[in-house]
Design a protein around this ligand. Structure first.
Ligand code: 5GP
Ligand code: ZN
Length: 142
């Protein structure tokens, strides 16, 4: 997807709409979330449009996670946090609202009232680990 299209993050990448940019490199840009869940809530975004992880090419994925890794400590220190939750809503079913891959870095403090990744899920399963493991191994090899 090119600049000038309806993708809000492509428009930020192109500089068509403003954002509070905190880091940039040739392949990735990081800016503050407009509706932060906490001070220092950063979105790390590949410049090339890809709706979800499955569409991201391998080099773009490398660059994306390199910047996530590089930012984790400075973002935490900048707001005096003691940890962070780092996550991706991948696809509409997961709650992704902007269909351009982005990694959330959300600073965390003890007793900040937020849960862990585990608290997103009601823990509903119907298949054994062995059954699911076999199915995934087969899909990986396919
Ligand atoms: P998602 O739900 O897709 O994982 O997260 C999308 C995030 O993008 C949300 O946290 C939302 O606040 C943020 N967001 C949506 N539109 C804009 C925008 O125009 N500028 C910035 N900086 N963040 C945005
Ligand atoms: Zn886009």
């Amino acid at each position: 997807m090119k600049a000038g299209t309806s993708c809000i993050f492509c428009r930020i990448v192109a500089g068509d709409i403003p954002a509070e940019v905190v880091a940039r490199d040739p392949d990735v840009i990081a800016f503050l979330d407009l509706e932060p869940l906490a001070d220092g809530h950063v979105l790390v975004v590949p410049r090339a449009h890809a709706a979800a992880i499955e569409q991201l090419d391998a080099d773009a994925a490398d660059h994306l996670f390199r910047l996530v890794r590089r930012l984790a400590d400075p973002v935490r220190r900048a707001v005096g946090a003691v940890g962070s939750t780092i996550g991706i809503n991948n696809g509409e079913a997961s709650g992704q609202t902007v269909p351009h891959v982005h990694v959330h870095i959300v600073p965390r403090w003890p007793n900040d009232g937020a849960g862990s990744v585990h608290t997103i899920f009601p823990r509903r399963t119907s298949r054994t680990l062995a059954e699911v493991g076999a199915a995934i191994r087969q899909a990986v090899d396919a």
